[in-house]
Design a protein. Structure first.
Length: 509
């Protein structure tokens, strides 16, 4: 007796100007199944899930839910049909409590809210999935992993039978990831279907029953997970073998490039984000910063880049006190900064690529003189970077906003990591989440760039949400918790699990 799929997509086509995002895509999800969806950036997987969730309308094709053909016009239709989605960016109200976020918009909650009844309901779901969340806690007080659990609670309370999880482990510690996988398996055992979108192939192999790989808008393979390896999946995704282990050559460590002493920095909420942080980075060294999101890592990078005021303490570059000298001065000292959400904060989408690249170099003697910018030289320099960094653009005159997120990240990397005509490479590279949201091939490219600059003598401070990536890429690791350094060691001295526990407990003990 055949089992009816919870969801079946047949021949889905979605076109945008100059691109076919989905090209006759077939996809199905069975009851009790965890189905991983893989693909490079712009492969079409997010577009496909946005169609299933009602955010986009397909140009062609059919959608079936439990064997019945449906039309999903909006997320409200999707939720009514038992389909829910947890996005990478959480949709929560920080000042409200957990239970308030969970029942917001829930018809069953009634016009007059019964607080005890609703908090008991939230507790019951938490117990079922092994979560220890206080229903009365404010969302802003929760860890990233707990916020994700609240997003899942919102779907579970609404009796969703299909759960779409978009990159759900990107901000979790190893321990939190294991907890999420346990919850996913519990959901599957109860008959729910889970679509697991990820870039992490090993996680897809660990948690899924089937895996579908998309490339250039088409499905290139759907296989039982037990019949494929990570290497085979990567090959299907990008059409060539990928290096999964970083080859990190020995590099002789040079003198101290960056030294921060006793840094105290205020966060956006007016409280200390950093409380007496000491940090140094040598020439030819990658220093990884590990910590659960929101513990001061981003404020540290901003302070080192001259973008956030240092309230107390000192920052030295090559022995010079550069405390609160500002970003422009630090650029002149050879500091490069790749910010979090760089495609949002480091790119002007309405400007051409050459103008985005000129944002850093327009005052350089290589490209200006007599109070004028030498646009001819900048165009030639931009063409060189487009080729060198594999940016999918016709010319330096291409508008930045027309490029994909992965290509915009390459533009930022090209601008921040390139040497100008005088041949000088950056003295200090501050890289905050440079691979976030990138596919396997793009991540491999970023790793190779950072290692190249390490071998050329740059000092690198590296921030990532992927602890395994930090462990592989870094020479030395500094763990930050609640704005303080709680551990510092060579990467080979600890395991991923040990560092994860240190991040959770805020102690090196």
């Amino acid at each position: 007796m055949s089992v009816t799929p919870l969801v079946e997509l047949r021949g889905i086509v979605k076109r945008f100007p100059n691109v076919v995002a989905n090209d006759r895509v077939d996809f199905s999800l069975m009851p009790g199944e965890v189905h991983a969806l893989l693909g490079e950036n712009a492969a079409g997987k997010t577009t496909l899930m946005n169609i299933l969730y009602g955010l986009y309308q397909p140009d062609e094709g059919e959608i079936y839910v439990k064997g019945k053909r449906v039309r999903i016009r909006s997320p409200a239709d999707s939720i009514r049909l038992g389909i829910g989605m947890v996005h990478q960016s959480f949709r929560l109200i920080p000042v409200h409590t957990v239970w308030e976020n969970v029942v917001l918009g829930l018809k069953e909650a009634g016009f007059v809210l019964n607080r005890k009844k609703l908090t008991d309901m939230v507790k019951k779901f938490c117990e079922e999935y092994g979560w220890n969340i206080d229903p009365n806690a404010r969302v802003w007080q929760l860890s990233v992993g707990e916020k994700q659990q609240v997003e899942l609670l919102k779907l579970l309370v609404r009796r969703a039978e299909v759960l779409i999880l978009d990159e759900p482990t990107s901000v979790l510690t190893p321990q939190e990831t294991k907890g999420l996988f346990k919850a996913i398996r519990t959901m599957a055992k109860s008959g729910k279907g889970i679509i697991f979108i990820t870039h992490k192939l090993e996680e897809a192999l660990e948690v899924s029953d089937r895996v579908t790989v998309m490339r250039k808008g088409r499905v290139v393979a759907t296989k039982p997970t037990g019949e494929v390896t990570a290497e085979e999946l990567a090959n299907l995704m990008i059409g060539r073998p990928v290096l999964f282990k970083i080859e990190k050559p020995e590099v002789k460590k040079g003198g101290i490039v960056l030294e921060a002493k006793g840094l105290k920095v205020m966060g956006d909420r007016g409280v200390l984000a950093l409380d007496g942080v000491n940090l140094c980075a040598h020439s030819g060294e990658i220093v990884g910063i590990a910590g659960i999101a929101g513990n001061g890592q981003e404020e540290l990078m901003e302070a080192l880049a001259g973008l956030r005021r240092v309230e107390a303490g000192k920052v030295f570059i090559d022995g010079e006190d550069v405390t609160n000298k500002g970003a422009g001065y630090l650029i002149g000292k050879g500091v490069s900064y790749i910010p979090p959400e760089s495609t949002r904060w480091a790119i002007v989408r309405d400007m051409r690529l050459v103008e985005n690249i000129a944002l850093k170099f327009y005052r350089s003697r290589d490209f200006s003189g007599m109070l004028r910018i030498d646009w001819h030289k900048l165009f030639e320099f931009s063409r060189k970077l487009i080729d060198e960094y594999g940016i999918a653009a016709h010319s330096p005159s291409t508008l930045a906003g027309t490029l994909s997120g992965g290509n915009l990240q390459r533009v930022v990397l090209a601008r921040e990591l390139s040497a100008t005509q005088d041949g000088k490479v950056p003295r200090l590279i501050l890289a905050a989440y440079p691979t976030k949201g990138l596919d396997v091939a793009a991540t491999e490219f970023v790793h190779s760039l950072l290692l190249k600059h390490r071998s050329m003598g740059s000092a690198i401070v590296f921030l990532s949400e992927d602890l395994e990536e930090i462990m592989m890429l870094s020479d030395r690791i500094v763990v930050i918790s609640k704005g303080k350094v709680v551990g510092e060691f060579l990467s080979k001295e600890k395991t991923v699990e040990e560092v994860g526990m240190m991040m959770l407990k805020g102690s090196a003990a």
